[in-house]
Design a protein around this ligand. Structure first.
Ligand SMILES: C[S@@+](CC[C@H](N)C(=O)[O-])C[C@H]1O[C@@H](n2cnc3c(N)ncnc32)[C@H](O)[C@@H]1O
Length: 407
């Protein structure tokens, strides 16, 4: 109960003060609270929300919301979310700056952090992000507005039509079929002589890269591209939380620098309007349901097996993050800390985790609460116990990894 608002004269004073503010100030709660003569924040927030509703005004996201989200959401292995280092973003933005003119459009395929940096560093250019990861697209929209970013799965969904970009940056998952689909999407959106900047694995990434690179080169003409230059190892990536956790699991004593992963940059030109070669199927785009527990992201699906049971004895998390790991097919529960489990009841578990998340936000998350709730979702006590242990461990690891902001 808000005691302030039970006093009609006080309430009328607040309303009068709010109506004295111009609309551009009123839309931002940050500005309103900065000018407030001393109203208690919750009282002010109530009056302010009502006033916005009366005037049909849209609120501007508050700085505290943006600061809280300044740290981007943690990456998940299923999104292949390897993010560029700051130096690499600056390097790529200088390349994009040179390749484009003011007013021209840059399309970012699977490069959300570069898109966020580019939108503020190159304000005279137009920017469009296309990415399958709705969590990162939401984070981009929070900073840059609704229209700048599109959630779409390249190789599966239709790409936006009538886009004539001057340049395009592509950072697909490092597998041949993904690269081909990303290139086909880029080709459909670039104007003639448009520049494409494509990230590819270095030869040291895994066996067979040389052969894959030759095949990619052979496919370029049918996609409408010419290869202009290859710059080996100029791209650098920050080790994502899930990979750090895998490394830690595999080799606790090994301390790798945070930017050990490098990539090659291929510069291409769009020279042929016709190009759309035959493309391999994108079979690996499985359907997952996502839930979160504070900063922890969890993807769920039904694969069978014991709920939250280990895939193999002692296999708490995958020790590699390769798509080629045959155990992936048995995973039904997969955290952003790379913990994997079997799962037969993804729907009820998602609901139970949503309750756990609400309890965490309330600071009332305990094992007893979950143990009492589990039967409602038809889970026995062993599942309640396993879930509590995983969530608490993951939460601590995410906080230690710098992902302490809840949601
Ligand atoms: C290797 S990460 C690149 C991130 C980039 N280095 C950055 O810092 O902005 C791959 C990105 O491609 C996205 N992605 C993967 N497969 C995709 C697909 N089929 N369609 C659209 N986006 C996809 C992922 O969500 C992820 O953001």
């Amino acid at each position: 109960v808000n005691l302030d608002s039970q006093d009609p004269a006080f309430e009328a004073g607040l309303e009068a003060w709010l109506s004295s503010l111009p609309n551009d100030v009123l839309s931002s709660f940050d500005e309103v609270i900065r000018r407030s003569p001393g109203y208690y924040p919750t009282t002010l927030r109530d009056g302010w929300s009502q006033r916005l509703k009366d005037l049909d005004l849209q609120p501007i996201p508050s700085r505290s919301e943006l600061d809280g989200a300044d740290l981007l959401p943690v990456g998940h292995p299923l999104d292949y979310d390897w993010r560029f280092t700051e130096e690499t973003r600056e390097f790529l933005l200088s390349q994009l700056n040179e390749a484009t003119q003011p007013g021209e459009l840059i399309v970012y395929l699977g490069t959300p952090t570069l898109f966020i940096a580019g939108s503020s560093a190159l304000p005279e250019r137009r920017h469009l992000l296309i990415d399958a990861n709705h969590v990162m697209v939401e984070a981009a929209r929070l900073r840059l507005g609704e229209d700048a970013a599109v959630v779409a799965r390249i190789g599966v969904d239709e790409m936006p039509a009538n886009v004539a970009a001057a340049a395009c940056v592509l950072d697909p998952p490092w597998y041949p079929e993904d690269s081909l689909h990303f290139l086909a999407a880029a080709s459909s959106m670039l104007g003639m002589r448009g520049a494409a900047f494509l990230s590819q694995p270095t030869t040291a990434t895994r066996p067979g890269i040389e052969t894959e690179r030759v095949a990619l080169g052979d496919a370029l003409p049918s996609l409408g591209f010419r290869l202009d230059a290859v710059r080996p190892r100029v791209l650098r990536y920050v080790t994502p939380h899930f990979e750090r956790m895998s490394l830690l699991g595999a080799e606790p004593a090994l301390v790798a620098p945070n930017d050990w992963r490098s990539g090659d940059l291929l510069r291409l030109s769009k020279i042929d309007a016709s190009g759309q070669g035959a493309l391999p199927e994108m079979e690996h785009l499985e359907q997952w349901h996502e839930v979160s527990f504070g900063p922890v992201r969890i993807k769920l699906r039904d694969v069978g097996g014991e709920d939250l049971g280990l895939l193999e004895p002692n296999l708490d998390r995958l020790t590699t993050v390769s798509r080629r790991d045959p155990r992936r097919a048995e995973v039904g529960f997969w955290t952003s800390g790379n913990r994997v489990r079997a799962l037969s009841h993804a729907g009820p578990l998602a609901e139970l985790i949503a309750v756990c998340d609400a309890e965490l936000r309330n600071m009332t998350f305990t094992h007893t609460t979950i143990a009492n709730l589990a039967p409602t979702f038809s889970f026995d006590q062993s599942v309640a116990h396993a879930l509590t242990e995983i969530l608490l461990l993951e939460y601590q690891e995410h906080v230690a990894g710098g992902y302490g902001v809840i949601g």
